[in-house]
Every structure is written in C-alpha cells, then in structure tokens.
Design a protein around this ligand. Structure first.
Ligand code: DON
Length: 555
C-alpha cells in the first residue's frame, strides 16, 4: 500500500512517504535519483547503518546523475552519530593542484579568460569524493567498502536510462562534452544528446570503482587509476601531478552550530559558507522577532538578512586552513544585532550602501541526499562536480568525469563566477587550498522534531535551506517544505530572484514600493531532499523536491 501511495505521488512529480501506523523507528532515504535512493534502502535492509547507506548513495549518484556529482568531484557529508549524539563534518572538497596560482584564469591584461575555469582539465580541482567515501566506510560503516560500492558498480556496468532531465543537462553542455572524446563516448549518443531511454553504460567507471572497493583510497589516488588521471589531464593541457593525487586528504571538521528559537541548527563549516551564512540570517531573523511579523514584513526581513549574510560571504569567507575566518564573531547573536540595526522595515537597503566590495546566479546540478537509520544515525550530504557535467572532461580509460570546481574560487577580486558570486582575497586561488562553497547539508532539531535537509543550486543553496528551515519550524509537512516557492538575494546583483508563487500580487507591490528590484526567474530551482522525524510520535516523513526526479522512501 505504501509503495502505491508512493508511486502515485511520484507520478505527480512529488515523492513522499508517510507511514502513520508504525510506532517503531523507521529508516529513510531521500535522494535526487530513484536508483540511488533504492541503493541506500537496500544497504540499510542488508544491515548497513546510515553511513554505509550514505556511501552507497553517493557512489550511485556518481553513476546515475553524472551532471551533478561524481568520483571526479567532492562534497560535504554531515554525520550524526546516535551512540554519543555527536556531529561531525567530513570535508571531501576538492583542492587546487600545486601548479595552480592566483592569476591562472587571467589573460596578460588581467582580464578573466571566459570558460577556462569551467570547461576542460584546467578547471578541475583534485577530487575528494573517493577519499571521503573510503574514510566514511572505514571509520563509521558496518559493512565492507566492497559491499557498499556494489550497487554503484552494478549501475555503472548495467547502465541507466536517459531521462528528459539528463537530456536538458547534456544539451546545455553539448559542446564541452564533444570536446572530450572520452566524455562524448560515454555521455553522448553518436556525439549528440542521447534519446530518452538510451542506456548509459560506464564500464571504465565500474573498473575505477572496483579499484576503490578493493584497495580503498589508494585504488584511486595511487597506481593505475591515478596514472591514467594524470596522463589524461596533462595530455589535454591540465596541470595535475601524481603528487597532487597522492597528497589529497579529507578533513574532519567541527560543524557550525546555531540556535534558532527552540531549534538547534547544525550545518557545515568553511570551506563552505553555508553554515555561517545560515546562522547569521537566522540570528538576524530572531533578533527582529520575525515570527511576530506579518507575511510581507517577514519576506522583507528575510531579503535584508540574505543581503547582509552574502555581503559577509564575499568579504570574509574562504578555506579556513589558509585564511583566518572570524567564525565565532559572524555566528554570534551580538554580531547579528549589529547587522540588524540598519534594517529599515519601510525601505530596502541598497547593497552598495553596505560597507563591502564592488562587484555581480544559475542552475540545478550538484546533488543532495538525506538519510536516517533506525538507530538515529543521520547523514546530510551535498556533493558536486559544480557545473552540469563538471568540466565535461574525462581522462581516457578512467570513466571519471572531472569537476570544474576551480570556478568557485574568486578568479579576480570582485569578478562574479558562474553563479554571480563575488569574492576577494579570502577566496583567491592558492595551491592545496579548497575553494569556497555554498553547499549546506544541515540538521535542525528541537525536543519535538528533527529534520535532515539540503539541496543543490549554486549560490541559491543557502537561501533555499533557510526557507526550508523556516518552513519546518513553522510546522509545514515534508512535501510542503520541498514544494514551497523560493526567493533569493545574494548582495550582488542587488535584486530579489524569485520563483512564481513566492509573493502575492499585493506583497510584490509592497516590496517594490520599499525599493526591492524583483526578478521572476520563470523557472523553478533547487532539488531539496528532506527527512523529518516527529520525535514524539516517532513518525518519519520524507520528500524529494518535485522540481527534480528524485525519490524518498521511508520504511
Ligand atoms: O560548491 C558550490 O557552492 C558549488 N560548486 C555548487 C554548485 C551547484 O550547486 C550547482 N547547482 N546548481
């Protein structure tokens, strides 16, 4: 019966699952692809814990959602360990290769060379996902790495079917894919966007995954696979070395923690900007008593909090292993009070009136999944290759599509990247440094409720997570939260980007009168994957964003 409800909702473009009769703890997986969600559920049913399932889902997404994340990319895995109630962030973000340098994407006159940080091997950071998966499996999992990688290996060998969404992504990146013969061979059909239903098989990627399963991280970062990755990138003009791969290390970090009313908010630390920006925005909203305000005032306040948090993102945030990031100050209630002082409820604050830097978003690739097991272990993970299909470059023989995450660095102070985000010194390129990210896998928890959430969406990730937190706090259901329309402000450009339905006609009028520039995006954005547990009734609900083609299962 459950499955039937499920299939019905899914065919409506919504996937959600509620089991109202079950008093015992349930497990749940919400991810951006049905094959990956099923892989996670299968691993849980084989006796694996949430961390085993997270490795299985990550690796399977790398196969079936190649435009979003992959073994040639990286991400952040936020883990909650039920046995001691601790939270830990596994940072598998890519790093700049040793030969990278501050001005590598500038021409002789100091101008940014278009596409150099987006297409081809020069745009790729050293991947972190394989090392992160090996680490999570070994340190936190119950099953072997071979067992948890098995579903991904099978999906790579047997293939998956091209969907409409795949077609859109491949169409968007067609020229860049055509420029890499190995990528074109795998991801295109006769060098063109494949037909719906065409089967994408990835035997080379299956072999790379087998090397990882058998040898752990060394199967990817050393030996045959590493050799092919380096030869392939160098032959095509890239700068990777064997040492870059051998030196790659994941980092284990303390998450960013905030308090919003009765909810504890746990999210990711630098090199993500997500946790800090979220806590800043929530602190401003709390300081100005957002829940007592009428709807249009709430929206005005949310926009003003976004503007201020993104200004700080541009000014202060970068890899905290390289630059000093004032985390305690930026996440303090006192700082939020200071930021909130000049918020005028009758008028917007022009971004250029905030002390800051002069400078000028897009897309739905990158991926997120949320998992809970029956013991209460949880994972929120956001993974990426950055742009759709990353750099579109595959080193021959590896099946590994490389990321183009180098574009998340600030190529030049004040120059917007592919998501319109600006940055400065804190996020300039340095060898071995991690590029600033917006990926924001997050937990929120009160005495009554907990939620596991996150989404792709480039610069809009953090504001989507903010909307979802506010909606969960407001008591909305999982389906309502992932469906709710979203709006976004990122300091620069000074405009409110919104999905249809975000504002009533009257609200839009009021906001315009207060000086806001509203820009209808004319399309949906984001792919939120959410699990909510009602701690009192022990009911678990989960939902996958109707804008994507994902699936949520609770059982
Ligand atoms: O780490 C980041 O913030 C970006 N590379 C994420 C890119 C992304 O979400 C693309 N999806 N729209």
């Amino acid at each position: 019966m459950l499955k039937i409800i499920f299939i019905f909702l899914f065919s409506l473009g919504l996937s959600a699952c509620d089991d109202y009769d079950s008093p015992k703890p349930q497990h749940a997986v919400a991810s951006a692809h049905p094959i990956a969600t099923q892989a996670g559920i299968d691993i849980l049913n084989q006796g694996g814990n949430a961390f085993d399932a997270a490795v299985a889902v990550s690796a399977t997404l790398a196969v079936v959602e190649p435009y979003s994340s992959g073994m040639g990319g990286g991400g952040f895995w936020l883990l909650h360990l039920a046995n001691d109630q601790s939270d830990v962030m596994i940072d598998g973000r890519e790093v700049a290769p040793q030969k990278a340098h501050r001005d590598m994407y500038l021409d002789q006159s100091g101008n940014v060379i278009p596409k150099l940080s987006i297409d081809g091997p020069l745009s790729a950071g050293i991947p972190g996902q394989p090392a992160a998966l090996a680490h999570i499996s070994k340190k936190y999992g119950k099953l072997s790495l071979q067992e948890v990688l098995a579903p991904a290996i099978k999906a790579a060998q047997q293939g998956f079917k091209v969907s409409k969404y795949y077609q859109t992504m491949a169409g968007f990146r067609l020229q860049a894919l055509q420029a890499s013969p190995a990528a074109a061979e795998i991801f295109l059909e006769d060098n063109k966007v494949p037909a719906i239903g065409y089967t994408i098989k990835q035997p080379d990627l299956a072999n790379t995954l087998i090397a990882l399963a058998e040898q752990g991280a060394a199967g990817f970062y050393k030996g045959k696979v590493a050799g092919a990755l380096v030869t392939g990138t160098q032959t095509a003009g890239g700068i990777w070395s064997l040492k870059d791969l051998a030196d790659y290390k994941i980092a284990t970090r303390k998450p960013i923690v905030g308090q919003f009313g009765e909810f504890k908010v746990t999210s990711v630390a630098p090199p993500s900007s997500g946790g800090i920006a979220l806590v800043t925005m929530l602190n401003i909203l709390e300081d100005r008593k957002w829940s007592t305000l009428g709807l249009v005032d709430r929206k005005h306040l949310i926009i003003e909090s976004m503007r201020r948090a993104y200004r700080d993102r541009a000014m202060y945030l970068g890899d905290s292993d390289f630059v000093s990031v004032p985390v305690a100050r930026l996440t303090s209630k006192a700082y939020a009070k200071q930021l909130a002082v000049d918020i005028d409820m009758s008028k917007m604050t022009p971004s250029n009136r905030l002390p800051g830097l002069d400078v000028e978003a897009k897309g739905n690739h990158t991926t997120h999944f949320s998992i809970i097991d029956r013991l209460g272990n949880r994972v929120a993970a956001t993974l990426s290759v950055n742009y759709p299909f990353g750099s579109c470059f595959v080193p021959p023989g590896t099946g590994v599509l490389l990321n183009d995450e180098m574009d998340d660095f600030s190529a030049k102070p004040g120059k917007p990247n592919a998501y319109g985000l600006v940055g400065a010194k804190a996020n300039e390129i340095q060898p071995g440094k991690r590029m600033l990210s917006s990926m924001s896998p997050t937990f929120i928890e009160s005495d009554d409720k907990l939620a596991i959430l996150g989404t792709p969406g480039g610069s809009r990730i953090i504001t989507m997570v903010l909307h979802s937190i506010l909606n969960v706090v407001d008591g909305k259901s999982a389906v309502e939260v992932v469906t709710a329309p979203r709006f976004h402000h990122q300091y620069l450009p000074d405009e409110v980007q919104y999905e249809e339905g975000s504002f009533s006609a009257e609200e839009a009028n009021v906001l315009v009168l207060r000086g806001h520039r509203l820009r209808n995006l004319k399309s949906g954005y984001g792919n939120m994957q959410l699990v909510i547990v009602d701690k009192k009734t022990k009911q678990t609900t989960a939902a996958s964003d109707p804008r994507g083609e994902g699936l949520a299962i609770v059982e």
